[in-house]
Design a protein around this ligand. Structure first.
Ligand SMILES: [Ca+2]
Length: 226
């Protein structure tokens, strides 16, 4: 029995028992992400994303070389997931170095179709701190953490949970809960519970980190209903 058939069986059984909401259904199951040595599970791999051998699990991971100031969303590795329900994105990431001004070698991005602004659900910035979508009055990113929680050269586990009923996103790094914020676009516009969010995962852009390139790596990406 395939995974899809098994999931369907669980749903039918749960429906018959009247407990549909208690079942977790994998939307995308990427336990072996990139292990085929290709991006075949992904809709589009942009810019300099490539398959690398510095992996968290197995032989391969996805790596992106970031040089100088670049357009961040253009560097994202894209998996289009137009979905209005609640879901959770989990995985592993590593970056080779962290900037002193702004360094973003990992993004978990959402995009609301029909609106130009992206949601920055999780962003590694300023020496290893974690930021999110909105900017404060000074034009700086809002932060989940005042202290650096990400170290260069070290694998970190991330999780982002989208609660669409409450219109919130919550973030964990290495099992540590960092916080919850309202789902708003970069311009501050609220995202309604019935609006689709398209998922993007990737990295990243650097400012003020010199000429040496930064390498962002992601592996074992998994998306499930929450
Ligand atoms: Ca892998």
């Amino acid at each position: 029995m395939s995974l899809k058939e098994y999931a369907l069986l669980l749903v039918v059984a749960a429906a018959l028992a009247g407990h549909v909401s208690a079942i977790e259904i994998p939307l995308l199951l990427f336990e072996d992400s990139f292990e085929t040595g290709t991006f075949e599970n992904w809709d589009e791999a942009q810019c300099r994303w490539r398959i690398g051998t510095d992996s968290h699990t197995g032989e391969y991971a996805a790596a992106c070389i970031v040089e100088g100031k670049v357009d961040a969303p253009g560097r994202a590795l894209i998996k289009t997931l137009d979905y209005t329900g609640s879901y959770r994105v989990e995985g592993w990431f590593k970056t080779t170095k962290l900037g002193t001004l702004t360094c973003s070698s990992l993004y978990i991005l959402g995009e609301v179709p029909g609106k130009e602004s992206l949601l920055y659900s999780l962003q590694v910035i300023e020496g290893g701190r974690i930021g999110y979508n909105q900017r404060n009055e000074s034009g700086k990113h809002c932060l989940y953490s005042d202290e650096p929680v990400v170290r260069a050269g070290q694998w970190h586990r991330f999780a982002v949970c989208y609660d669409r009923d409450a219109s919130t996103q919550s973030v964990w790094i290495d099992g540590r809960y960092l916080g919850t914020s309202l789902l708003r676009t970069l311009s501050g516009e609220p995202v309604r519970p019935d609006e689709c969010i398209s998922l993007r995962i990737g990295g990243g852009s650097t400012w003020g980190v010199g000429d040496e390139p930064d390498i962002a790596i992601i592996d074992d990406i998994r998306v499930t209903t929450a």
